[in-house]
Design a binder for this molecule. Structure first.
Ligand code: HEM
Length: 216
C-alpha cells in the first residue's frame, strides 16, 4: 500500500510531467508575433512603413501579454486550476521582452539613438510620456522576477509587483492618446474595458479578504 506522502509525491510528479511540455508549448507559442514580424520582414510584407508596422505590432503584443498576465490570478481562482500560476512569470517576462522590442524600435529607427531628441519627445508628447513611464515601471518587475529575488524580498515583492496594474493603466492611456489624433478608439476601448474588469476583480477580491479578516 502506498503511503499518503507517496501518493502526494506521485501526484506532484504527474503535475510536473504535464507542466513542462505545457510550459515549452506556451513559450514557443508566445514567440509567434516575433516570428511573424521576421517572416513579413523577409518577404516584404511589412507594408509601406515597416517601422510604424513593427512599432505598432510590438506595442500591441506588449499590451496583450500584460492583459494575459493580469488575467492569470482571476482565472486561476475562478477555475481552481492552480498550475496556471506557474505561467505568470513567463508571460510577464514576455510582456517585458516585447516592450523592450517596442522601445528599441522607437529609439533606434525613430530617434537613431539620439537621447536628447527622445527626452524632448517624452516632454512634448503626452502619449510618449506615459508609454515611457509604463516601460520604466516594468523594469524593476522584470529584474525582481527570479524566484530567489522574490523569496528575498518577501512581502515587499508582492507590493512592488502590484505596480502591474498601474503599468496596464498607463499602457491604456498611451494607446488612447496615440489614437486620439485619428479618433479611432475601437481597440483602446476594448483593451481599456479588459483592464478595468481585471482591476475591478482585484479590488473586489481585496475588499472581500479585508472584510473576512475583520470578521475573524
Ligand atoms: C509598457 C509599455 C508600452 C506599451 C504597453 C505600449 C503599447 C503601445 C500600443 C498598444 C501602441 C499602438 C499599437 C497600434 O496602433 O495598434 C503603441 C504605439 C506606439 N508606442 Fe507604445 N507602448 C509602451 C511603451 C512605449 C514607449 C516606452 C515608447 C517610446 C518611448 C512608445 C512609443 C510608441 C510609438 C512611437 C507608437 C506608435 C505611434 C504611431 O504609430 O503613431 N511606447 N504602443
Amino acid at each position: 500500500m502506498p503511503t499518503v506522502s507517496e501518493i502526494k509525491g506521485a501526484r506532484a510528479n504527474a503535475g510536473i510531467r504535464w507542466l513542462v511540455p505545457a510550459k515549452v508549448a506556451v513559450f514557443i507559442a508566445m514567440l509567434f508575433p516575433l516570428a511573424r514580424l521576421v517572416v513579413l520582414g523577409m518577404t516584404g510584407g511589412l507594408g509601406a512603413n515597416p517601422i510604424e508596422f513593427i512599432t505598432r505590432s510590438t506595442g500591441l503584443w506588449t499590451l496583450v501579454y500584460l492583459c494575459i498576465t493580469l488575467a492569470i490570478t482571476p482565472v486561476r481562482r475562478m477555475t481552481g486550476i492552480t498550475a496556471l500560476a506557474r505561467f505568470r512569470r513567463m508571460i510577464g517576462l514576455y510582456a517585458f521582452f516585447f516592450a523592450v522590442l517596442h522601445f528599441t524600435t522607437y529609439i533606434w529607427f525613430d530617434k537613431w539613438f539620439d537621447v536628447a531628441a527622445m527626452l524632448k519627445d517624452i516632454g512634448k508628447r503626452p502619449f510618449i510620456t506615459v508609454g515611457f513611464a509604463a516601460f520604466v515601471l516594468l523594469i524593476p518587475l522584470a529584474v525582481t522576477s527570479p524566484k530567489a529575488i522574490a523569496r528575498k524580498l518577501g512581502r515587499c515583492w508582492q507590493t512592488l509587483h502590484r505596480a502591474i496594474y498601474l503599468i496596464a493603466a498607463l499602457a491604456i492611456l498611451h494607446f488612447w492618446w496615440m489614437k486620439a489624433g485619428k479618433h479611432d478608439f475601437e481597440l483602446p476601448k476594448i483593451y481599456g474595458s479588459i483592464v478595468i474588469v481585471l482591476l475591478g476583480w482585484r479590488v473586489i477580491a481585496w475588499l472581500r479578504t479585508r472584510a473576512t479578516r475583520r470578521r475573524a
